[in-house]
Design a protein around this ligand. Structure first.
Ligand SMILES: [Fe+2]
Length: 299
């Protein structure tokens, strides 16, 4: 039986049925998922139960996998395989992280609009997140469609953005929450990296903004102007008509295109409810400036 596709919004989010991701997929099914993912940028696969290994195997259909940023910390005991990002609120023994736990404070950055791994020179292509345990209320994930947001920009703004390069760092987004406790290995790993502000997607041919709270400065622009522009673009892109809000069900697998979306985790009572979320992240094919043919001077 072929997979079925049910549009949740006209062109941004869709549900995919008649597929068991715990088993190897046929080439036809993989091609159908990829085609749906080119059209929509958020796919929801309800009721998927599988091992971490099956989760990673599914992700490998889309490209090479990233490793978790937590691997940098020698003081942090990993709960999950190193190719999986742990985005819940649990420690290595599956207990709820205390309110003042460093990992919890660090994860609070996920409440800000962002796209995964834009702080890496080679950023993410897509993220594939599985909900193993979810809070009964709250904890939604919101997604913003940066293709539709770009299309809706005034022509004057589109011209202004042409060729601009923003600098992204995980430290920039964490600093917005007052978090600055980075060790030397992290400071080196999180040096700002250049990313285009506007990109053309090679598969669909659509043009998209490329934004995140990780972005702090723009090449050739005074810092205040850059901050004002980035703030304005994030506000424009996250207007309700561009946003899909996902209410998690246990065993939902949600994948999104990091090249053309932003997302944020919404508040929940994280001292009361367990949230076990596991994410595989697939790398993009090349740095964004390289993809857009832009040479970048050092900042
Ligand atoms: Fe994220």
């Amino acid at each position: 039986m072929a997979i079925s596709i049910h549009a949740v919004t006209p062109s941004f989010a869709a549900e995919i049925g008649d597929v068991d991701l715990g088993r190897p997929l046929s080439a036809t099914d993989v091609a159908a998922v990829k085609a749906a993912f080119t059209q929509y940028a958020v796919l929801v696969f309800p009721d998927q139960t599988f091992s971490d290994e099956s989760h990673l195997d599914f992700a490998r259909h889309f490209g090479p996998l990233e490793t978790s940023v937590f691997k940098l910390r020698t003081d942090h005991k990993m709960r999950l395989p190193e190719q999986m990002a742990d985005v819940g609120n649990l420690d290595a023994d599956n207990n709820i992280l205390a309110e003042n736990d460093r990992i919890r404070l660090y994860q609070l950055g996920n409440r800000l609009w962002h796209t995964d791994s834009s702080f890496k020179r080679l950023p993410a292509y897509c993220s594939i997140l599985h909900g193993r345990s979810i809070p009964p209320i709250g904890g939604h994930t919101e997604f913003a469609d940066l293709r539709a947001a770009y299309d809706a920009l005034p022509d004057r703004m589109k011209r202004r953005l042409e060729g601009l390069v923003a600098w992204h760092s995980l430290m920039t987004s964490r600093a917005k929450l007052g978090f600055s406790d980075f060790d030397e290995a992290e400071k080196t790993a999180f040096e700002p990296v250049p990313q285009v502000l506007v990109r053309r997607l090679q598969d669909s041919g659509r043009i998209s903004l490329y934004l995140a709270s990780h972005a702090g400065t723009i090449s050739g622009m005074p810092r205040a102007d850059a901050e004002a522009l980035l703030k304005e673009l994030i506000e424009r892109a996250t207007q309700r008509q561009f946003v899909y809000s996902h209410r998690w069900r246990i065993n939902d697998l949600v994948m999104w295109d990091d090249r053309c979306t932003m997302h944020r985790g919404m508040d929940f009572d994280d001292q009361r409810y367990k949230r076990d979320m596991r994410r595989a992240t697939v790398s993009d094919v090349a740095p964004t400036c390289e993809q857009m043919g832009l040479a970048v001077a050092a900042e």
